[in-house]
Ligand binder design. Structure first.
Ligand SMILES: NC(=O)c1ccc[n+]([C@@H]2O[C@H](COP(=O)([O-])OP(=O)(O)OC[C@H]3O[C@@H](n4cnc5c(N)ncnc54)[C@H](O)[C@@H]3O)[C@@H](O)[C@H]2O)c1
Length: 268
């Protein structure tokens, strides 16, 4: 599906980003594994090289809020692989969780800087490279279920993710002319460090359940089990591929059907 593609993934040192990096390699791509934490990017690279018996990887430190660093990473990717034709804007933060009235502008600004402006920075540098290549390319932005409806005590995070969905539509509209297809995914709960932090924040808020009990309620009933990061990655891989050419500017729910009822909801 992604043979001969070169895909850059941000925040790929752990969690969903690592799963996306694994999935794109499983589907044939070379991968540029980036993270603000260089060690964790290298860990993902070691894991992928062993698991998929491949050398088509490059692991580099990259902070998505720093434009210079992004350009250098893209240049390094082009030097190693000849081009870069896929970008997955996965890295994000949830700096503050709790009531909005207890928060402040500094914390909100940090989330906007990473979750929205980081996507703008990476996408701009990527599309400038794609224009030089003059060949089809794709971007997938990782938004969230929290971007579609309010998540209590995650107000900053939730609202940045809503912005990502609109940014996706704007990028799609502007960059189709350069052969770039842009879509977003909205994952539900995948058990990562970020999800753990969200569960703890809600549990410490108005909810009497423990973080672990709360997380159990986020298991999609139709699926009957937790979602895996690599399963989010398989959907991302499809959206990066030529097979997804008719899907443009969309936000695709990757939440195991949690938005809908399941017969299981009514079974004792
Ligand atoms: N886990 C979930 O349940 C869930 C649900 C919906 C959406 N998401 C989204 O999926 C994506 C990944 O989430 P996750 O749960 O794996 O989070 P995570 O916190 O486990 O991993 C995020 C990664 O991003 C990196 N990062 C943070 N700031 C960065 C920066 N400025 N530059 C580069 N890298 C940076 C971190 O070092 C980390 O490796 C995020 O966009 C998140 O909003 C997660």
């Amino acid at each position: 599906m992604l043979d001969n593609r070169v895909v850059l993934v941000t925040g790929a040192g752990r969690g969903i980003g690592r799963g996306i990096a694994q999935a794109v390699v499983a589907k044939g791509a070379a991968v540029i594994i980036t993270d603000i934490a260089e060690n964790s990017a290298k860990e993902t690279e070691a894991l992928i090289r062993e698991e998929y018996n491949t050398e088509k990887t490059l692991a580099l430190a990259m902070d998505i809020t720093q434009e210079d660093g992004i350009e250098k990473v893209i240049a390094a990717g082009v030097e190693k692989f000849g081009r870069v034709d896929g970008l997955v804007n996965n890295a994000a933060v949830m700096v503050d969780s709790g009531p909005l009235l207890d928060s402040d502008l500094q914390k909100r600004t940090k989330e906007i800087d990473v979750n929205i402006n980081g996507i703008f920075n990476c996408s701009k540098a990527f599309v400038e490279q794609v224009i030089k290549q003059n060949a089809p390319a794709a971007i997938v932005n990782v938004a969230s279920h929290g971007g579609v409806r309010a998540h209590v005590f995650m107000g900053h995070y939730s609202s940045t993710k809503a912005a990502v969905l609109n940014l996706t539509q704007c990028q799609s509209a502007e960059w189709a002319q350069y052969g770039v297809n842009v879509n977003a995914v909205c994952p539900g709960g995948v058990h990562t460090e970020m999800l753990q932090a969200a569960a703890e924040a809600k549990s410490a808020g108005n909810d009497k359940r423990s973080a672990t009990e709360l997380r159990e309620t986020w298991v999609p009933a139709q699926l009957g089990r937790n979602m895996e990061a690599i399963e989010v990655g398989y959907v991302v891989a499809f959206l990066l591929s030529e097979e997804a050419v008719l899907v443009r500017g969309q936000s695709v729910s990757v939440a195991g059907g949690i938005e809908h009822e399941a017969v299981q909801d009514y079974l004792g």
